[in-house]
Design a protein around this ligand. Structure first.
Ligand code: RIB
Length: 335
């Protein structure tokens, strides 16, 4: 006969609520009681029927996570951090990959809505504002991570992308580079747009004219940067450094430069953004801006827990985490 939560409670001599608190790893249970209940759960190998549980608690204990590119080490680490943190509170995570496509973002939101997730964490493009607003109205809290929709009031765990890119560009300028290519990410995302702004501002503040020819459009993917820089090289354009809006595109730049017979950093310096796992593995190591990726994911998960358990929203709604410059061997001074 199937063991129910009532059987567990009776044998432990506690209420059903207490057993539920133990199952959801709530902090408001004293340790001795928790141990006693866990022992009985283990004894009967009790696995609460999630559908029944969700009916009783009107919750599914699942959280949706929407990312633009799960193959990008940046988002893989985000997913890891979110899952690690939420699992500790008895939540499961459903991950949706959108391939940076607006239609896929909408499909993902519709799918997660149909799964009745308790909340959604997402790295969204600017177009999805209306959908976020609808979710909030339906009582499904949204927490934005990394990329955020500027008009949305949903909490956002982000870095200051403009100043991060400004520091990266200024670092190259201080090394004597004046002809700096920028390979921008998707400008329809606040990360892509703000980093391009930071690049422009640093040039202007150092009296370096913005040169349209050296401003390339990527999509945060390795191949987009490779193709864009290859095209510029074939035009015989003159430049001494490349600042890419993320590490994957910086690696795409490595490929194009090498194919053209150029050495890094002897001939051309390269700078990335993220400090994802790849940046320390490529040769030469990639100088980049460190984003505390795991911390971003962990923090977003904590904000979700605070909202679901205590209806507590962060004020201000945007939590900005600092980036820092990581110097490796891909940049050479030319002054
Ligand atoms: O590498 C993926 C990029 O897109 C990262 O820079 C991250 O900030 C995201 O916006």
């Amino acid at each position: 006969m199937r063991v129910t939560i009532k059987d567990i409670a009776n044998e432990a001599g506690v209420s059903i609520t207490t057993v539920s608190r133990v199952l959801n790893n709530r902090e408001d249970v004293n340790e001795k009681t928790r141990e006693k209940v866990l022992k009985i759960i283990e004894k009967y190998n009790y696995n609460p029927n999630s559908v029944a549980r969700s009916l009783v608690m009107n919750k599914t204990y699942t959280i949706g996570l929407i990312v633009p590119d799960i193959s990008n080490p940046f988002f893989a680490e985000i997913a890891r951090a979110v899952d690690d943190e939420l699992r500790g509170y008895g939540y499961s995570v459903l991950v949706c990959n959108t391939d940076n496509k607006k239609q896929r973002e909408k499909e993902s939101i519709d799918l997660l809505r149909s799964k009745q997730v308790d909340s959604i964490i997402g790295s969204f493009s600017d177009d999805i504002y209306e959908e976020i607003f609808k979710l909030e109205r339906e009582g499904i809290p949204v927490v934005q991570i990394d990329r955020f929709v500027k008009d949305s009031k949903a909490p956002a765990i982000i870095v200051d992308n403009t100043s991060s890119a400004y520091l990266a560009t200024e670092y190259l300028i201080k090394k004597g580079h004046k002809k700096i290519v920028h390979i921008a990410g998707d400008l329809n995302t606040n990360t892509g747009y703000c980093r391009a702004e930071g690049y422009r501002m640093a040039l202007e503040d150092n009296n370096i004219d913005f040169n349209e020819e050296l401003f390339l459009q990527g999509d945060f993917g390795l191949r987009s940067a490779y193709l864009a820089l290859k095209e510029l090289l074939e035009k015989e354009a003159s430049f001494t450094a490349v600042f890419a809006s993320n590490d994957l595109m910086a690696i795409g730049a490595y490929e194009a430069l090498r194919e053209y017979g150029l050495k890094i950093p002897e001939d051309v310096s390269v700078f990335g953004h993220d400090n994802s796992l790849l940046s320390s593995l490529v040769k030469p190591g990639l100088s980049t801006m460190h984003q505390p990726i795991y911390k971003l994911g962990k923090k977003a998960a904590r904000v979700v827990i605070d909202i679901l358990k205590d209806n507590k929203y962060p004020e201000p709604r945007r939590i900005i985490i600092k980036t820092s410059l990581v110097e490796r061997a891909s940049v050479k001074a030319i002054n």
